[in-house]
Design a protein. Structure first.
Lengths: 112, 233
C-alpha cells in the first residue's frame, strides 16, 4: 500500500515528463480515458514516453505498453494525437490484448 | 498537452491542491480547473462531480468530448493525542486508505512501542504543523482532552479548512472549548464545523468503538464534500 501523502517524484509519470522536457527531450503522454469491464489500471492513469522509447508509468499493468510506446513514437514525430483501443474482443485492430478480458481506450498526445 | 499546463498541474499536485485537467479530445486543447473555479453549464457540473468523487472520465458537453482527469490530493488523518483511541484509529484508518499521523508532546504517550508502523511526532502540534501544514484534504481529530495540546491544532484545522474537524469531550467540555476558540479568534461559523462530541452516534463504548465512530464520521465528511449541507451529519 502506498502510504505517502506527497508525490513520489522519482516515479510519478507527469513529474518525469516535465523533467524530460526540461532536458530537451521530445515527450508523449498516454492517458487511459475509458475502460470497460475489468481493466488493470483506472481511468486517468498515465504512461509517458520519450523519442528513444524510454517510458515510465502504466496504462495496463504491462499488457499493451509495448504497442502504446510504438504509437507514441509516431505521435512524437507527427505531433498528431491518437486514440488507441485495446481489448480481447478487438483482434483485428491490434495484435496485443488485455488478458483480463477488459477493454481500454488510451489517448496519446505529444507534450508541446 | 501544453508544457505550461503540465508544469502548472504538477505545481498544484506538489502543493496538495486539487485540480482537474480538462482535455478536448477533438482538438487536443487542455486547461486546468482549480477547486472553486466557476465553469458554466454541463461541463461545469461534470467537473464539480470530478472534484467530489475523484473519478476521472470522458464527458460529452457542448457537442464535444472532453476528458476530465481529476487530480485530488490523497486524504489523510492527523490525530492530536497518542491515546488509547488513537491506537485503534491508526490501523483502521490506514486500512480504509487514509494515512495517519499522530502528534502528542507527551513522550510517555507517544512511544513507538504503543504505535508501531505509524508516523508519530512526540512534539507540540505548533511545531509539527509548521513543518507539515494542514490542508483541505486533511482530517483532524483532537482526542487528548487537554486544551494546551488540542486547542492550537483545532484552530489551525479550522483555518486550513480541513475536510473534517472532530474534538473529543462532552457537550459541557465543548462549551468551554468554544469560549477558548472564540478567544483565539475563531469565528462562530468555523466553530460550527467542529464535530463534538466526536464520532457518529453509534453508541460507541470502548476506545476501539469510538475509533470506528470517528473514522466513519471522517469518511462521511470526505465523501459529502461539495454536497448540500443537509447531507453532512
Amino acid at each position: 500500500m502506498d502510504e505517502s501523502i506527497y508525490l513520489d517524484e522519482a516515479r510519478d509519470p507527469l513529474i518525469i515528463a516535465e523533467g524530460w522536457l526540461k532536458d530537451g527531450k521530445d515527450v508523449a503522454i498516454a492517458t487511459v480515458v475509458e475502460t470497460w469491464g475489468s481493466a488493470p489500471r483506472p481511468v486517468g492513469s498515465h504512461l509517458v514516453i520519450d523519442a528513444e522509447g524510454n517510458f515510465h508509468g502504466s496504462v495496463s499493468g504491462g499488457c499493451v505498453e509495448g504497442a502504446v510506446v510504438t504509437e507514441a513514437m509516431d505521435v512524437i514525430g507527427s505531433g498528431k494525437a491518437r486514440m488507441l483501443e485495446f481489448g480481447v474482443a478487438d483482434e483485428t485492430a491490434w495484435q496485443v490484448g488485455l488478458s483480463c478480458g477488459g477493454r481500454i481506450k488510451v489517448y496519446v498526445e505529444r507534450l508541446g | 498537452m501544453d508544457p505550461y499546463i503540465l508544469k502548472t498541474l504538477n505545481e498544484e499536485r506538489r502543493a496538495r491542491r486539487a485540480a482537474v485537467l480538462v482535455t478536448d479530445l477533438g482538438d487536443g486543447r487542455d486547461r486546468i480547473v482549480r477547486e472553486g473555479d466557476h465553469v458554466a453549464s454541463d461541463l461545469g457540473a461534470a467537473i464539480a462531480n470530478a472534484f467530489r468523487t475523484g473519478n476521472s472520465r470522458s464527458v460529452e458537453a457542448e457537442g464535444r468530448t472532453f476528458f476530465l482527469n481529476a487530480h485530488l490530493p490523497r486524504p489523510r488523518l492527523v490525530v492530536i493525542g497518542a491515546v488509547h483511541i488513537s491506537q485503534a484509529l491508526a490501523p483502521m484508518a490506514r486500512i480504509a486508505g487514509y494515512p495517519v499521523e499522530i502528534i502528542d508532546p507527551r513522550t510517555a504517550f507517544a512511544t513507538p512501542e504503543r504505535f508501531p508502523d505509524v508516523a508519530l511526532h512526540a512534539e507540540w502540534p505548533e511545531d509539527v504543523l509548521k513543518r507539515a501544514p494542514l490542508d483541505s484534504y486533511t482530517a483532524l481529530a483532537a482526542v487528548t482532552h487537554d486544551p494546551k495540546i488540542d486547542d492550537f491544532a483545532l484552530k489551525a484545522a479550522l483555518d486550513a479548512r480541513c475536510f473534517y474537524v472532530g474534538a473529543l469531550g462532552s457537550r459541557k467540555t465543548h462549551a468551554k472549548r468554544i469560549e477558548r476558540l472564540l478567544a483565539l479568534g475563531a469565528g462562530a461559523d468555523q466553530i460550527a464545523r467542529i464535530h463534538a462530541p466526536i464520532g457518529l452516534n453509534i453508541g460507541a463504548a470502548s476506545p476501539a468503538e469510538i475509533a470506528v465512530a470517528v473514522l466513519a464520521q471522517a469518511i462521511h465528511a470526505f465523501r459529502s464534500r461539495g454536497k448540500a449541507k443537509g447531507a453532512v451529519a
